[in-house]
Design a protein around this ligand. Structure first.
Ligand code: PFF
Length: 452
């Protein structure tokens, strides 16, 4: 992003901006359905361990790379070692794959918000509603285009700041609403406590390598890692701020909200289905199927439902905006074009890819690529293939080419770097082996060579 390099006003500004980008659908929609599907407590445990070790090391490395070079991903790797500029390009592909399908889910959120506002909440509580909705051809496309359009207009007119201000007010309200829903579900619904136990007590018999694969992919996704975003954020960070402390705070925010979202949804799934495997394993629809049922039984449920979906919409929008802003910046830098043509180009590409995700549930639901429909395919390609490759190469680059020492100097600005041993061991040894194993497992799994 050579055209603009302002910096965040201070420590709090940086943490809030990075958390605003990190907290989104990944926390509220994706984390609960993965936790439900991959064994509850065991998934949560694996995720937490990965977050404080691997996630911490990678986020720290990315932010330090950005601040050291004062450049975003492509420039940052290239400026330190020409042979590694490919890594910046690789990382940059990820937002391009994520944004279109992210906007499809954003469209689902808008549809549910509209439903609660127009008094359709009770109908949405019906088990068949979600499936029937996404298999319609036109309507999900319209909502997707609306979400994508709003994101594009905000980026085009460069009014992100206004949205970020609003989202800073929305985020605490979202947390309060999630807490209210948690308390209501857990204390007033029969069977919900079994869900709490499922979510909090690790059952080691449910552990498999796919638990780790899913948790790792989710970690990348939720913390916006291995896609160049944190490098860009780092490039905007003031030099005297302690990166280590900021990373801990962003992680706490991000993981805290994901944890609460799980606690809001999983006990409710138990209350309505008794922990039935099919209900727990239903995937992307989990939040949309479960929450309207909670709102239908809750006093004032339609108002709370509408408020909840507004907050989720804002969280999704701030994330989508930062995804789009990243892609637009890359296009501007690399193609030498202005903001407007770059926005139009990105919008066009995203519409084309997003349409595939919409149609994958409706008119083209029979089209399967490596056994997946389009939305799952995009999710798989970014989270399970490109991100592990990017993370692996970043670790090799920082661990062996640049050497951790070079980044530690950056990390010690503004105070001591307490976790330097953890950082070095993770980046040099644990993370590279681990990411490679993860990559291998997901490839073997999807091609059915080994069913893990
Ligand atoms: N971390 C976001 C989420 O959990 O929803 C997704 C995301 C947003 C990824 C922004 C990347 C990004 F730049």
């Amino acid at each position: 992003m050579s055209h603009k390099r302002s910096s965040f006003s201070g420590k709090v500004g940086f943490v809030l901006a990075a958390a605003g980008s990190a907290v989104g659908l990944g926390n509220i929609w994706r984390f609960p359905y993965l936790a439900a599907k991959y064994g509850g407590g065991i998934f949560l445990l694996v995720y937490l361990i990965l977050a404080v070790t691997f996630g911490f090391a990678l986020m720290t490395a990315e932010i330090a790379l950005g601040r050291k070079t004062q450049l975003s991903a492509i420039g940052a790797f290239g400026s330190l070692n020409k042979r590694f500029s490919f890594l910046g390009y690789l990382a940059s592909i990820v937002p391009m794959i994520i944004l279109p399908y992210y906007s499809v889910i954003g469209g689902w959120v808008m549809k549910y918000l509209a439903g609660f506002v127009t008094g359709e909440g009770a109908a949405m509580a019906n088990d068949a509603y979600f499936g029937a909705y996404i298999s319609k051809t036109a309507e999900p496309i319209i909502w997707f285009l609306l979400f994508m359009g709003i994101t594009a207009v905000i980026v085009l007119f460069d009014v992100e700041k206004g949205i970020e201000k609003v989202s800073k007010i929305m985020m605490p309200i979202l947390v309060v609403l999630i807490l209210v829903i948690c308390v209501y579900t857990i204390f007033s619904m029969d069977g919900a406590l079994d869900g709490v136990a499922y979510y909090l007590k690790p059952d080691f018999s449910k552990f498999s390598i796919m638990t780790v694969v899913a948790a790792m992919g989710q970690l990348f996704y939720s913390m916006s890692l291995a896609m160049g975003i944190m490098i860009t954020f780092g490039s905007y960070m003031k030099k005297d701020i302690r990166i280590e402390k900021s990373v801990r705070q962003i992680e706490l925010f991000d993981t805290g909200i994901a944890f609460l979202a799980g606690l809001m949804i999983i006990p409710a799934v138990f209350a309505f289905s008794g922990g039935d495997e099919t209900a727990l394993g239903q995937g992307p629809g989990l939040m949309f199927v479960t929450l309207p049922k909670v709102f239908a039984t809750m006093p004032g449920g339609s108002v709370i439902g509408a408020a909840f979906f507004i907050m989720v919409l804002f969280a999704a929008l701030t994330s989508a905006i930062s995804l789009m802003e990243t892609i637009v910046s890359i296009f501007r830098d690399k193609l030498g074009i202005g903001r407007k043509p770059a926005c139009i180009l990105v919008f066009g590409i995203c519409v084309a890819l997003g349409l595939l995700s919409c149609l994958g549930y409706s008119a083209w639901s029979t089209v399967k690529i490596i056994g997946m429909q389009f939305l799952d395919l995009f999710d798989f390609l970014s989270n399970s293939i490109i991100m592990p490759i990017t993370a692996f190469a970043t670790c090799i680059f920082v661990g062996y080419i640049l050497k951790p020492k070079a980044l530690i100097a950056e990390l010690e600005r503004g105070g001591p770097f307490k976790a330097r041993t953890l950082f070095t061991v993770m980046i040099k040894y644990v993370a590279p082996i681990f990411t490679l194993l993860i990559l291998l497992s997901s490839i073997l799994d999807v091609f059915g060579v080994v069913k893990i």
